[in-house]
Design a protein around this ligand. Structure first.
Ligand code: ADP
Length: 240
């Protein structure tokens, strides 16, 4: 695979917290690769290193050693290779969390458009792009509503739209379906899959959710800071 075709690549990534006797090696030479357009699952028990891995990839925590590439760019190689980590997070990475964290006093369109406005896209263009995403996610009829007026599933779709607005090559989703019932959880995964294909986004979904695990074609298991890869069932979802 050429570097330009890389969504996410992690090579020999290690993370140590603390020093000396109390040091914890949270990641031990982790390797991982997610192609553009691919959605993979990351599964592991509590304390296995999932959050640490997401925080390293999201440029929120310093790794201790190794290499990370996002969208063909080396962002870390035994040290950060990018000067402006805040711009990297804003432009290259979409975050989707368990709770939607919508801004309560902005309507749905402006919640989605905000990261694009912060990235200096003119307001009208940012809103047009937000509406296009809301339509793709089937919530365009809620465009003028306030977050409190939406159902949990609608809020989560709005949060996904916000994660996609800057067309990041990478989306990191941390337990995105935990609060949702089975139908809505599968709908969210189906949306992430079609968004991955449409925008060639590489997506990592950290989850414990038994409802969605059968949908992944590839799964990384993590235990005590060590990952291994496994083929998933890749069960097709016919919800959309
Ligand atoms: P998970 O997300 O899978 O529950 P974490 O990445 O949070 O796992 O934790 C992995 C290991 O690193 C655990 O042993 C945890 O106690 C340790 N750890 C996480 N954050 C810190 C920190 N800020 N300082 C020291 N140890 C930490």
């Amino acid at each position: 695979m050429t570097e330009a075709g890389v969504g996410i690549r992690i090579e020999g990534l290690s993370k140590r917290y603390g020093q000396g006797d109390t040091a914890v090696l949270a990641l031990k030479e982790v390797n991982m690769q997610v192609a553009p357009g691919e959605v993979v699952g990351l599964i592991g028990p509590s304390g296995s290193g999932k959050s640490t891995l997401l925080k390293c990839l999201g440029a929120v925590t310093h790794p201790s050693a190794g290499r990370m590439l996002l969208g063909g760019q080396t962002i870390y190689h035994d040290g950060w290779k990018v000067r402006d980590l805040r711009a990297l997070r804003r432009d290259k990475i979409g975050f989707v969390f368990q709770a939607p964290y919508l801004i309560p006093f902005l309507n749905v369109t402006d919640n989605v458009a905000l990261p694009a406005m912060l990235a200096a896209l003119p307001d009208a263009q940012a809103r047009a792009r937000a509406l296009e995403l809301l339509a793709a996610l089937d919530v365009q009829h809620r465009a003028g509503a306030m977050p409190a007026q939406l159902s949990g599933g609608e809020q989560q779709r709005v949060a996904i739209a916000r994660g996609l607005i800057n067309r990041p090559p990478v989306i990191l989703a941390d337990e995105p379906t935990a609060p949702l019932d089975s139908t809505r959880a599968l709908a969210v995964i189906s949306i992430l899959n079609s968004m991955a294909r449409q925008y060639q986004t590489a997506i990592i979904v950290v989850t414990h959710d038994e409802k969605i695990i059968p949908t992944f074609r590839r799964i990384y298991h993590i235990r005590d800071g060590v990952t291994h890869e496994e083929a998933g069932e890749g069960r097709e979802m016919n919800l959309r």
